[in-house]
Design a protein around this ligand. Structure first.
Ligand SMILES: Cc1cc2nc3c(=O)[nH]c(=O)nc-3n(C[C@H](O)[C@H](O)[C@H](O)COP(=O)(O)OP(=O)(O)OC[C@H]3O[C@@H](n4cnc5c(N)ncnc54)[C@H](O)[C@@H]3O)c2cc1C
Length: 251
């Protein structure tokens, strides 16, 4: 096995030691099977999209499972110092190659960041970590009388971090809005390892809305480690109707 990454020339053993020191050995893997699993995509077969003709299939150098924002920050500080590519991954269901480590590097699986931090029934918000699978969040909310009404088909496998990073829509988003319209605030670890928080408020007229910088960025501008989202009272029974007009393209 080569000692350095082929494109970025970081020394793998040095980076591995630093990751283990930051997270502990059980949260860092360089095993063949973990790297294989995190170097594949659920949809797109590997077809050599790189113009320079490097047709080797993608291969992660490291897979890590941080459990706190501080641990994500430590990983990114190491990656920034050693110039190691970073690929955040949540449910891994986006397809389209967005989680493929095409230049190697460290895959940060955020699924261990899977806690609900707070359900605020006064302000109708939930604050959650990004690795929570959408369906689990929705069930927990339903059990206490609330809903997010964000119901994409992949709700059983995809997580909040992935949904925010890919600006997802669900089956009733025409009524309740896409996930982007539910976000009030976020915590993000920036590419230099600093932690940034946007204020969780229903709306603001003061300057740009920085939440939109990270939503849809597909992990390129930072790792989302927390989000505060709008919730509504849950009705056990709802009816939906679709009206078609004579000129509707569905007819
Ligand atoms: C059967 C099926 C049905 C689907 N139905 C829908 C649908 O109805 N609506 C819809 O919108 N999509 C749908 N999708 C697509 C997919 O579920 C969405 O793109 C979803 O947003 C991906 O979330 P994930 O947790 O699987 O993320 P991943 O695939 O792991 O990641 C998606 C992107 O987000 C980045 N990312 C992940 N976590 C973070 C984080 N914490 N911080 C920063 N970046 C991060 C990744 O690097 C990647 O670029 C479907 C997919 C499948 C396979």
């Amino acid at each position: 096995m080569s000692q350095t990454n082929s494109k970025y020339q970081f020394h793998k053993a040095v980076v591995e030691n630093e990751l283990i020191e930051a997270l502990g050995p059980e949260k860092v893997s360089t095993s063949f099977i973990d790297k294989e699993v995190y170097s594949r995509d659920i949809i797109v077969p590997w077809t050599c999209p790189l113009p320079e003709g490097d047709c080797k299939p993608p291969e992660a150098d490291f897979v890590v499972w941080p459990e706190t924002t501080e641990e994500v920050s430590e990983v990114i500080k190491i990656a920034n110092t050693r110039k190691v590519p970073v690929i955040p991954e949540c449910g891994g269901a986006q397809g389209g190659g967005s989680t493929l480590p095409i230049f190697g590097g460290v895959v940060i699986d955020v699924k261990a960041l899977n806690k609900i931090i707070n359900i605020d029934t006064d302000n109708h918000t939930v604050t959650t970590q990004p690795g929570l699978i959408c369906d689990e969040l929705e069930s927990t909310l339903n059990n206490v009388g609330y809903t997010m009404n964000h119901l994409p088909q992949s709700q059983h496998v995809s997580g909040i971090g992935g949904f925010l990073s890919a600006r997802s829509a669900g089956v009733i988003s025409t009524k309740y809005g896409k996930i982007t319209e539910m976000v009030q605030g976020m915590e993000v670890v920036l590419p230099n390892g600093e932690v940034m928080r946007t204020k969780a408020v229903p709306n603001s007229v003061a300057g740009p809305n920085f939440n939109y910088l990270f939503m849809g960025a597909e992990g390129t501008l930072g790792v989302i480690t927390e989000a505060t989202l709008r919730i509504r009272p849950f009705r056990r029974r709802e009816s939906f109707y679709l009206f078609c007009f004579p000129t509707s393209p569905l007819l």
